[in-house]
Write a protein that binds this ligand. Structure first.
Ligand SMILES: Cc1cc2nc3c(=O)[nH]c(=O)nc-3n(C[C@H](O)[C@H](O)[C@H](O)COP(=O)(O)OP(=O)(O)OC[C@H]3O[C@@H](n4cnc5c(N)ncnc54)[C@H](O)[C@@H]3O)c2cc1C
Length: 494
């Protein structure tokens, strides 16, 4: 087969669309499910209040980002199933990732932010920023269907009371706030608020999937690629090895999974070109293992290096009784506190806590500038790849977040909640939604994602971004993939 893509998230979807439109017969191999068939309740996805087997990837128990409430554990048993959200546990960090056709787009909050140009230039200085900001970011935004909440509606919509009260507290403390674009259909959300359509963002749906409203990749790039007639997608197949084939091209080995996670068959195919788009963790684990096992011996030493958590740290405030957040909160965040231009840069998104009752909880996901990096390492004893990252490496992120929320708490006479991320634990510093790096552009690959030493192998996903971006990553992953695949099609496939 001419082209095989491992994974159907942002990098994979862009590659699939552009290759198939260029006339290349393309095959996507995705370890997760298709997520196109309703369950017995009539819904494809479950909500956050009643997680069932659809929620987690092969776990017997939920592992929610906030595992506690009032210091009591809130995780519950679930049947083991190939659910949509993976909470992958490494020694120092839990990495949340989407599993299924559409990858992270199935489970994420849809926040679609172009980073400030000066920071992009700082982290990827050899990429032509002019081209990125004039061509590839606009192309990504258009392809993803990015839009903005109506500012007038935001000011009175009940479902954004939480965002307004937390914004106003930040403004009173002298911070700047900014609107955050999103791929959620805000016209649909207005109808949800008016009670005219089945709710999704207003029904506590997001991290286990949205049944309505969200323009995931399964509604944008991927159907456009399928429409070319040149793309096939195989689900519940996990790639386990890639190596040069004797007659040319690459041998790709995979396991077919049942929905209990059991391996029901092993298969191998030959592909002329292989595009790694398994995400920062998935791609890095595969490449580090292939290098260590001698299957792709010529990979550079930089493979596996430069991993970061995008400086993620979560925190919650107990707000004043006169600042209620509202019982029904949109799961789609639309406002951030922008304190990036400070000595401790911090971009903190005002997140919902959508449990259906008033909690006075002000929740935030802070993205900070944490210079610490981790690396993926092969363990020859177990044959698995681990991540060398210690929770303590997230201290700069905690410090940066503290420089914002200490000020707000002092001004508002409020306190941190310490009952959500553990018993007596203020900072959600041991989890990330934004794994980045591990196969960094221009270090582990050439300037366009080609893997040196192995012509015909490419990296297309978040592993290319050097550990931190300052904002949520999927628009940049999409834009970089658009840039790189355009070059690859023009030069390698001409
Ligand atoms: C809960 C949550 C909320 C988030 N919110 C936001 C947000 O609001 N805005 C934002 O910009 N970002 C957000 N993110 C992050 C964003 O979703 C990711 O950065 C993005 O999905 C990464 O894109 P990718 O192409 O690198 O890989 P992914 O989207 O992770 O796709 C990789 C795909 O490869 C598959 N795969 C992995 N290994 C294999 C294998 N061996 N064989 C076959 N298939 C494989 C996976 O199942 C997956 O479908 C969020 C993430 C989470 C988990």
């Amino acid at each position: 087969m001419p082209a095989l893509i491992i994974g159907s998230g942002y990098g994979g979807a862009v590659a699939a669309l552009r290759l198939s439109r260029a006339g290349v017969d393309t095959h996507v191999v995705e370890m997760g499910m298709a997520w196109d068939t309703p369950g017995i309740d009539g819904n494809v996805f479950c909500n956050m209040l009643l997680p069932d087997e659809r929620s987690y990837w092969l776990r017997n128990r939920t592992q929610q980002p906030f595992g506690y409430l009032l210091n009591l554990p809130v995780d519950r048993p679930i049947p083991r199933h190939t659910g949509v959200l993976d909470s992958e546990n490494f020694a120092g960090v839990r990495v949340y990732q989407g599993r299924g056709v559409g990858g992270g787009s199935l489970v994420n909050g849809g926040m679609a932010i172009v980073p400030r140009r000066s920071y992009f230039e700082e982290i990827l200085p050899f990429v032509d920023a002019g081209e990125m900001y004039s061509t590839y970011y606009p192309r990504a935004n258009a392809g993803l269907g990015v839009g903005n909440v109506d500012p007038a509606w935001l000011e009175h919509a009940e479902c954004y009371r939480y965002a307004r009260t937390s914004r106003d507290a930040a403004l009173r403390s002298g911070f700047t706030t900014t609107a955050v674009p999103n791929v959620y259909d805000f016209d649909y959300m207005k109808k949800e608020q008016a009670g005219q359509v089945p709710p999704s963002a207003l029904a506590s749906e997001v991290i286990y999937g949205n049944n309505h409203g969200k323009k995931s990749l399964a509604r944008t790039y991927l159907p456009a690629a399928v429409a070319t007639g040149r793309l096939t997608i195989t689900t519940l197949h996990k790639v386990t090895a890639v190596s040069p084939a004797p007659g040319g091209g690459y041998r790709v080995e995979m396991e077919q999974l049942g929905t209990s996670g059991a391996v029901v068959a092993t298969k191998r195919v030959i592909a002329d070109r292989v595009f790694f788009a398994a995400g920062s963790v998935g791609t890095s684990k595969l490449l580090v293992a292939m290098k260590a096992r001698g299957l792709l011996p010529d990979l550079p030493d930089a493979v596996g290096e430069g991993w970061g958590n995008n400086g993620n740290v979560m925190v919650a405030r107990a707000d004043n009784l006169w600042a209620p957040k509202g019982p029904v909160q949109s799961t789609i965040p639309v406002i951030a506190i922008d304190n990036w231009d400070s000595s401790t840069p911090c971009f903190a998104e005002i997140a919902p806590f959508p449990v259906g009752v008033e909690t006075w909880i002000g929740l935030y996901l802070a993205i900070t500038k944490n210079p610490n990096r981790g690396r993926f390492e092969f363990d020859s004893g177990t044959g698995t790849v681990g991540l060398d990252w210690r929770t303590a490496q997230n201290q700069p992120s905690v410090d940066a977040a503290r420089s914002v929320f200490d000020v707000i708490n002092q001004r508002e006479h409020t306190t941190y909640r310490s009952d959500l991320f553990g018993v007596g634990k203020v900072w959600g510093d041991d989890l990330t939604y934004h794994p980045l790096g591990g196969c960094v552009l221009g270090q582990a690959t050439d300037g366009y994602g080609r893997l040196p030493g192995h012509p015909g192998l490419y990296v297309m996903d978040g592993s290319l971004i050097p550990g931190g971006l300052g904002v949520n990553p999927f628009v940049t992953i999409t834009a970089l993939a658009e840039r790189n695949i355009e070059k690859i099609i023009a030069t390698d496939l001409a």
